[in-house]
Design a protein around this ligand. Structure first.
Ligand SMILES: CC(C)(COP(=O)(O)OP(=O)(O)OC[C@H]1O[C@@H](n2cnc3c(N)ncnc32)[C@H](O)[C@@H]1OP(=O)(O)O)[C@@H](O)C(=O)NCCC(=O)NCCS
Length: 264
């Protein structure tokens, strides 16, 4: 579903908040929404725990910045607390993003994989390991642990958002269980044909046994089935293990674009 609001008043800044409350019910951020003024607009949405703003068009920087600010308010209303914008360096959009408070993320790397075909299922897991959809109980069990994994930048508030979105077709939460313990997790979602893998974690004592690969394959299959045809993810600065891991999963480092982020 695409939410759209329109304004025809060009004399003064459009009251987008009023339009949003009238026309755009964002509490579940079902897919994406578009804020439109007479001269421009912005497309925004959520991949789950992360929001995005793209395609910002307007007469001048101030109108574009206004649209970005309104989009941030709408995303916040929907429960999103971190938002990304991906763009080419040095362009108009970079100035707009920075005026709205977005900051670069030095050292973080952006990876991308095109999903033109459905990912092939990989090797079966070793006996005793089960890969399945996660439950609310799994989420409560694992969340505190994830907040202490420095490579993940997982924040406590994400648990609430992920919990609220469990079961949605455009979100996934996969776990690997071993002897009733959660030893692997992958969390992500999609918006239209774009997907993201927000967090992937394997318990230290089980690393290098292909659990990460199994989680990646299950996640990509879920994203593909939901309609994603391109998947992005980001790695934290200096996480060379993750960079190598994602390259082995068919991702390529995206250097033509940079991404900026903001916590709201
Ligand atoms: C990244 C992570 C999920 C990998 O999980 P894993 O179960 O150990 O990975 P796998 O055993 O499935 O490895 C798959 C591939 O990644 C590569 N890889 C994994 N760990 C590696 C390491 N320590 N050094 C070099 N390469 C490594 C392997 O080369 C392997 O390639 P192969 O197909 O040739 O065997 C895990 O190390 C982890 O949880 N790290 C901490 C959290 C994190 O950084 N998450 C990613 C955030 S973006």
């Amino acid at each position: 579903m695409q939410h759209t609001s329109n304004s025809t008043n060009s004399a003064s800044p459009p009251d987008l908040m009023a339009l949003m409350s009238a026309n755009v019910k964002l509490s579940s951020l079902i897919h994406s929404f578009r804020l439109t003024t007479q001269y421009g607009g912005a497309t925004s949405g959520s991949f789950g725990v992360r929001g995005f703003i793209s395609e910002v068009h307007g007469r001048d920087l101030s109108e574009k910045t206004h649209l970005v600010s309104r989009s941030l308010e709408a995303l916040k209303e929907g429960g999103v607390r971190r938002v990304h914008m991906i763009m080419q360096s040095g362009g108009d959009l970079e100035s707009v993003a920075k005026s709205a408070g977005f900051k670069p993320c030095p050292g973080e790397s952006l990876f991308q994989r095109v999903l033109d075909t459905k990912p092939m299922p990989g090797e079966a897991l070793s006996p005793g390991f089960t890969l399945r959809d996660g439950t609310l109980h799994d989420l409560f069990t694992i969340s505190t642990k994830l907040t202490h994994v420095p490579e993940l930048a997982f924040q406590g508030w994400e648990m609430l958002l992920i919990g609220r979105q469990l079961g949605r077709q455009d979100r996934y939460f996969k776990v690997i269980e071993h002897h009733k313990e959660i030893v692997g997790v992958s969390i992500g979602g999609l918006c239209g044909d774009r997907g993201t893998i927000s967090h992937t974690w394997v318990a230290p004592e089980h690393r290098n046994h292909k659990l990460g690969r199994a989680l990646s394959e299950a996640s990509l299959t879920s994203l593909y089935d939901g309609g994603a045809r391109i998947v992005h993810l980001m790695t934290t600065p200096g996480n060379e293990i993750a960079e190598r891991f994602w390259e082995r999963q068919g991702f390529v480092r995206e250097t033509r674009h940079q991404f900026l982020e903001i916590d709201i």
